[in-house]
Design a protein around this ligand. Structure first.
Ligand code: SIN
Length: 539
């Protein structure tokens, strides 16, 4: 069969390599092969490989970080399949860092160097080239892909999924010359990543504009958990500053306010290593209390030679921004990092539409619940890409367990909130709100950052929905237009999902509903009333 895979991060490359053993594969990617969030990943891959660890300990940490909202089956699969998938990477030649510490063999049973990150009860984050794990994995997988029979289409942008007789049968793309083109497929695997550019500040690469989620939405797939957007606590707070890995705090760096006080110790018993959503909100509150001045990440307590050797990329980045982090704190602030929600799938990556699978950040298996455990994302990409590649030609079960066994609360989005209106120019109240596309992206990012960000409330969310509804795009032609359409589609849905969840849970923090409501559904899911075909919506 012919399988089209969209995306070239860890999930897309892994799916392509695996599927190419049995199928004819075309891999489509918007930028160059290596342009993916994977290449930006610093911390590493969380995996229970050590003799002191187990899949069940890893599962327990994943559930705690997820604020109790993760799907049990998906988490079990992730943690149980993880070790074999990381051994696959070792076999392919990923240069995971090794330690010369002689006690490591006794403790872990191997010489892999391990880092620790927030909410992990064990040192289980394997890394490569210090803080350039993602780039090392991406490079190795790209090399492996080139040794397979896979058609690779770079600079090719997904614009829509082709749906016929209730199934996905191909993709519409803009090719590298910007020309529309249709590629037929027996199965399409979305591995197109997240949508960090919904927000003004993000750790994501420029390509992360939610194209896959939005195309799946327009085609009629069920999307879930869109209100759960993870903000990484520490982006370097300078113009165009990038991620500062949680692994730095794992090694002992601390957070200080302008008075030099370690404020996280008063917020959570695990202080700087509390779950990511807790640390992100702690940092935002401390910054607000000092008039918006960023807090400092203080790594001066670490041995300078160790700091520079363990984090060479971050040493370069902080130096380029004018800081010597061996001697002074560096300013940090939260930034949009990861979408826990996405296209709802089962544990084999199958979506509600036959012929369409989704893996990695574009998907929502339920494995991350309301807050992803640090360094589980590369593992997720590996584990579920292999399972999806193996499932493309397996008959679908009669009843799919989308987003696991939690029971989806699926709502058909009524016309008034239909995000797909963004794809058509319309008039609202007689006034044409057509905006030039640069303004649309800026407006979306401002509205999302100010009202659908780290802290939310009913008034802000209502205002955000009105502002997003007022935006109208022209019929998209170029890549940028298609990205803007995707961002607007997803922004509307995310604001709707955030307004619907009237409680706080994990990354979704409502100042007007600060408590978790145990009776609230684990997962809100959405299907497009205007989808081209009737969909199998789970009962
Ligand atoms: C980091 O290195 O802090 C990012 C890792 C992740 O997002 O899991």
């Amino acid at each position: 069969m012919h399988v089209v895979i969209v995306g070239s991060g860890i999930a897309g490359l892994t799916a392509a390599i695996r599927a190419s053993a049995r199928h004819d594969v075309t891999l489509v990617t918007k930028g160059a092969l290596a342009d993916s969030a994977t290449a930006y990943a610093q911390g590493g891959v969380a995996v229970a490989l050590g003799a002191d660890d187990s899949a069940s300990l890893h599962q327990a940490d994943t559930h705690v970080a997820a604020a109790g909202s993760a799907d049990a089956r998906a988490v079990e699969v992730l943690c149980a399949d993880g070790p074999a998938r990381v051994r696959d990477l070792l076999a392919l030649g990923v240069p995971f860092d090794r330690t010369t510490d002689p006690s490591s063999l006794d403790r872990y049973g191997d010489d892999l160097a391990r880092g620790r990150e927030a909410a992990h009860g064990r040192w289980r984050v394997v890394h490569a080239d210090g803080d350039a794990t993602g780039a090392a994995i991406e490079r190795t997988l790209v090399d492996a892909l080139h040794r397979r029979h896979v058609t690779i289409l770079e600079r090719t942008c997904l614009t829509d999924l082709v749906v016929r007789d209730g199934a996905v049968v191909g993709v519409d793309v803009l090719d590298l010359l910007g020309e529309p083109r249709r590629i037929d497929a027996d199965a399409v695997v979305l591995a197109s990543g997240g949508a960090g550019h919904l927000y003004r500040e993000t750790t994501n690469p420029l390509v992360a504009t939610g194209d896959g989620q939005a195309a799946a939405w327009r085609a009629g797939a069920v999307l879930a958990d869109l209100e759960f957007v993870q903000f990484h606590p520490t982006r370097l707070a300078v113009p165009d500053g990038g991620l500062v890995s949680e692994a730095v705090r794992g090694e002992g760096a601390v957070l200080r306010d302008a008075r030099g006080r370690r404020f996280m110790t008063t917020v959570h018993p695990d202080a700087e290593l509390a779950p990511r959503d807790v640390v992100a909100r702690g940092i935002a509150a401390a910054a607000r209390d000092q008039g918006g001045e960023p807090v400092l990440l203080d790594a001066t307590g670490l041995d300078p030679a160790f700091l520079v050797g363990r984090f060479p990329g971050l040493t370069r980045a902080t130096r380029a921004a004018g800081f010597d982090w061996t001697r002074e704190g560096v300013p940090v602030a939260p930034a949009a990092h990861y979408s826990m929600g996405g296209v709802a799938t089962d544990a084999e990556g199958r979506t509600s539409i036959p012929g369409l699978l989704a893996v990695g950040e574009v998907a929502c298996t339920g494995v991350h619940g309301a807050n992803r455990l640090a360094s589980n994302s590369l593992l997720e990409g590996l584990v579920f890409a292999v399972r999806a590649a193996d499932a493309v030609d397996v008959p679908r079960p009669d009843r799919l367990r989308l987003r696991g066994d939690a029971g989806l609360h699926v709502t058909s989005v009524p016309a008034a909130a239909d995000a797909s209106r963004a794809s058509r120019p319309t008039r609202t109240g007689g006034t044409d709100h057509r905006t030039d596309t640069a303004d649309v992206r800026q407006t979306v990012q401002s509205v999302m950052t100010d009202h659908v960000g780290l802290l939310r409330d009913a008034t802000g969310l209502a205002g955000a929905r009105t502002a997003l509804d007022a935006l109208v795009l022209p019929e998209p032609t170029g890549v940028r237009d298609h990205e803007d359409r995707a961002l607007l589609d997803l922004a509307r849905l995310t604001a709707l999902a955030a307004a619907t969840r009237t409680e706080s849970r994990g990354a979704h923090a409502r100042t007007d509903h600060p408590d978790t409501d145990p009776a609230a559904p684990a997962s809100y899911a959405w299907v497009n009333e205007h989808a081209p075909v009737p969909q199998e919506v789970p009962a």
